[in-house]
Design a protein around this ligand. Structure first.
Ligand SMILES: Cc1cc2nc3c(=O)[nH]c(=O)nc-3n(C[C@H](O)[C@H](O)[C@H](O)COP(=O)(O)OP(=O)(O)OC[C@H]3O[C@@H](n4cnc5c(N)ncnc54)[C@H](O)[C@@H]3O)c2cc1C
Length: 403
């Protein structure tokens, strides 16, 4: 077993680490200031466009997409350590590299299932970072962790489909650059449970689309990410050619989309946890309480040691999962994808929580990235499927061996 990264990965790591130091970390305070000064909180902040241009110039672009025709052509194993580094600044780096959710998943869907025309119209500008996109599955009125509950209707009418429904938590949709929504709904409620759904492309400016409001996350807008919107689709008419793959294919597309999406979140979470551990250590050696650095306290040492153990465990499983996805495919890596989606957000949440504690009140303030990192880790125990649903499905697969 070889645990070393290959030469290409090492070269990209070096380029990315330098970009993080020279551009991304210094941009964090700039973004904070631009968001603070903005008259419209959803307007695009100039610092993000600057970072995108610089990342692209350095060849740090579309690294997530294994398909060499459209993306960088890296394997999951090559991309994993790069996504980890980007995760250290989750509000800036992934978008700077054009590797941010939900665009990544949406680009994968279009690359895998889109027609030539759909690719030309929507994939190309997404790959070029000219527009952004949202994925609209979750609905306020049904338990959406069970995707078969989705109630939005996509009904054929002549040469069009007509979409009716209400979605929420459509990430990125408050961003004015978000031009296209991939909407999941039912084309045939009488078909087999997993064949009732379809996915359709709905341009944001289609009549009948209303972006109602931004959902708050722990009371805040999550502006840097383009927010999370509630959207109403009221008799929204789009050409039949906007359907992705075909009627009845929605559930299968959702599954294909979520595999890579989940591992990408986990890769970034490792980076978030690493950054939190670094901040915890720096703080612990420099802050003195009761006559000695807080790093001298056994309890703090225990947090630090335990953080290192948990991060290494999670990283190894994420890398193994990436390797399996590359070698036996996403289906063959199902158990591992679910394992990391259960384990990694909880690991990161634990480490970040300890780093916050070691910082005292400063840890929950705007003066460190810890509060934002904690929110990202906590919400990832819900987004892309709650922990309990992954546990249920994983347990079922384990039990199958004995039934
Ligand atoms: C920050 C953020 C971003 C998001 N981005 C998007 C997005 O871009 N697009 C999108 O479509 N959605 C998005 N979501 C929504 C997310 O995917 C859903 O919230 C999630 O799938 C759960 O659906 P629900 O909220 O309807 O919870 P429900 O289905 O109502 O479930 C509620 C709770 O019930 C429990 N539960 C459910 N099933 C079981 C079970 N089998 N066993 C035990 N307990 C169970 C779980 O604790 C679960 O959390 C986002 C959410 C967040 C927080």
């Amino acid at each position: 077993m070889d645990f070393a990264f290959d030469a290409k990965t090492e070269q990209l790591r070096a380029t990315l680490l330098e970009f993080m130091d020279s551009h991304v970390y210094p941009a964090e305070a700039v973004l904070e200031q631009q968001l603070h000064d903005a008259t419209d909180p959803w307007q695009r902040q100039p610092i993000i466009a600057d970072l995108k241009a610089e990342a692209r110039r350095r060849g740090l672009w579309n690294l997530f997409l294994p398909d060499p025709e459209h993306g960088a052509g890296l394997t999951n194993l090559q991309y994993a350590p790069l996504a980890e580094i980007a995760g250290r600044s989750p509000h800036l780096a992934p978008e700077a590299l054009n590797c941010a959710a939900p665009d990544t998943g949406n680009m994968e869907v279009l690359a895998m299932f889109g027609t030539d025309e759909q690719k030309k119209q929507w994939l190309r500008p997404l790959l070029d970072g000219e527009i952004r996109s949202a994925f609209c599955m979750t609905e306020p009125d049904v338990a959406s962790s069970d995707a078969t509950n989705i109630a939005t209707r996509i009904d054929r009418d002549g040469d069009d489909y007509v979409v009716n429904g209400r979605k929420w938590w459509s990430s990125g949709a408050m961003n004015p650059d978000c031009a296209i929504f991939i909407v999941m709904g039912k084309t045939d409620p009488d078909a087999d449970r997993h064949r009732q759904q379809a996915m359709i492309l709905v341009p944001r400016d289609t009549p009948g689309v209303t972006v109602k409001r931004a959902m708050h996350v722990f009371g805040y807008g999550d502006h840097a990410h383009g927010g999370h919107a509630e959207i109403v689709f009221d008799d929204v008419r789009v050409p039949a050619a906007n359907l992705i793959a075909g009627e009845g294919e929605g559930f299968a597309i959702a599954q294909a989309r979520l595999g890579p999406g989940r591992i990408h979140h986990c890769m970034r979470l490792i980076g978030m946890a690493e950054r939190a551990l670094e901040l915890m250590c720096r703080r612990a050696v420099s802050r003195v309480a009761f006559g000695k650095p807080i790093a001298a306290q056994g309890v703090v040492q225990e947090w630090i040691a335990e953080s290192r153990v948990r991060i290494e465990q999670a990283r190894l499983l994420v890398l193994k999962t990436a390797w399996l996805m590359d070698t036996v495919g996403n289906k063959g890596a199902h158990t591992e994808i679910q394992s990391i989606k259960i384990g990694t957000p909880a690991m990161a949440e634990w480490v970040i929580d300890k780093a916050i504690q070691a910082h005292g009140a400063g840890g929950v303030s705007q003066d460190t990235p810890l509060a934002e990192l904690w929110v990202a880790a906590r919400t990832l125990r819900l987004a892309d499927g709650p922990d309990e649903v992954h546990r249920m499905s994983l347990a079922k697969r384990e039990l199958k061996k004995y039934l």
